[in-house]
Ligand binder design. Structure first.
Ligand code: NCD
Length: 326
């Protein structure tokens, strides 16, 4: 089964959240709407709702992460779930235990949900295929394949500033080849009806056939940024770049770094996003990262509301978790 069929139950409800690919507009819109209802919880004196009281969520992070892991943890706690953070680097997996044995051990502790980050593409899908019927899996990033909650928090951030997706011009800039964020964003933007999606990168950082995903490719930053409403920057994923021929970091910044001058060709009310961690002076200038068009810190806050919404939906705790997918 492909990740987008395994993630739905027979009624078309989200059971796991593994990828944005293959979902319909109604499902994505209901995630955004539901997250909107949680956005206020973080500002309350008591930052909790009881939707997942008595449930146990295990954060399984095989790869390092700061904001994704901590915002998943906060989201689960704000839904009143109990949270286990399993640091795989120090767990029994390191003593030779297989992934399956680790999972079954955790299941024997009656975990209701696994939030999984793994360096291999397809890992979350594999785990979703292994767990018991009543256990739910959320992909927190697998290799270069997908990072669906990041894409949804980006869609949430865009909608907060620019609610009419169909009229938007969106540019995704940087290391597209190694980016799970770019893939999940491209699927989500297409599903939500954005007709002008651009990817901007050097030739060596663009995967073959990317046009088949419904994007236009640019190798010149100034040309690609012309009149865009949204710029989604990506980190240069140096840990995943093996054979790609890359210019030096200075050269990369000179050609593809987002600076105040470059920003001027975009719409005056453009928003600048970045999933973090940011490499200042490599893909983005500090003046832009900290400037008035940047929504980078808003993205972090929105991540909590989106993750609360997705967790409640897959657990069937949302008022109507059905997006009508088939
Ligand atoms: C992204 C990731 O890990 O895929 N970051 C994140 O989740 N906040 C992007 C990146 O690491 O560059």
């Amino acid at each position: 089964m492909t990740p987008h069929t395994i993630q739905l139950d027979q009624h078309g409800r989200l059971k796991h959240f593994l990828t944005t690919e293959g979902l319909n507009r109604q499902t994505l819109t209901s995630i955004l709407d539901y997250a909107e209802s949680f956005a206020g919880v973080s500002g309350r004196a008591v930052k909790k709702v009881p939707l997942l009281r008595g449930k146990t969520v295990a954060n399984l992070f095989f790869e390092s992460s700061t904001r994704t892991r901590t915002t998943f943890e906060l989201a689960a706690k704000r839904l009143s779930a109990d949270v286990l953070n399993i640091n795989i680097a120090t767990s029994a997996t390191n003593k030779g235990e297989t992934l399956q044995d680790t999972l079954h051990t955790l299941e024997a502790m009656h975990c209701d949900m696994f939030v999984v980050r793994h360096g291999n593409s397809g890992a979350a899908h594999f785990i979703a295929g292994q767990v018991a019927e009543n256990v739910h899996v959320i992909n927190a990033g697998d290799g270069r394949h997908a990072h669906p909650t990041q894409a949804m928090l980006d869609m949430f951030t865009i909608r907060r500033h620019k609610p009419d997706f169909e009229s938007l011009r969106v540019a995704i800039v940087g290391d597209i080849a190694h980016s799970r964020v770019a893939r999940s964003e491209i699927h989500a933007l297409n599903i939500l009806g954005v007709s002008d999606i651009r990817v901007i990168a050097p030739k060596t950082l663009i995967p073959d056939n990317i046009e088949s995903l419904g994007v236009r490719v640019f190798h010149d930053l100034t040309e690609g940024l012309q009149d865009v409403d949204v710029i989604a920057m990506l980190r240069l994923q140096r840990e995943r770049i093996k054979n790609a021929v890359l210019p030096s970091e200075e050269e990369y910044f000179r050609c593809f770094g987002l600076t105040g001058t470059r920003l001027r060709v975009a719409k005056p009310d453009v928003i600048v996003m970045h999933p973090g961690p940011i490499n200042r002076g490599i893909e983005i200038d500090s003046q832009v990262a900290d400037g008035d068009r940047s929504v980078i810190l808003q993205q972090v806050s929105h991540g909590i509301a989106i993750r609360m919404a997705v967790m409640a939906m897959v657990m069937g705790a949302a008022p109507d978790s059905s997006g009508g997918d088939n």
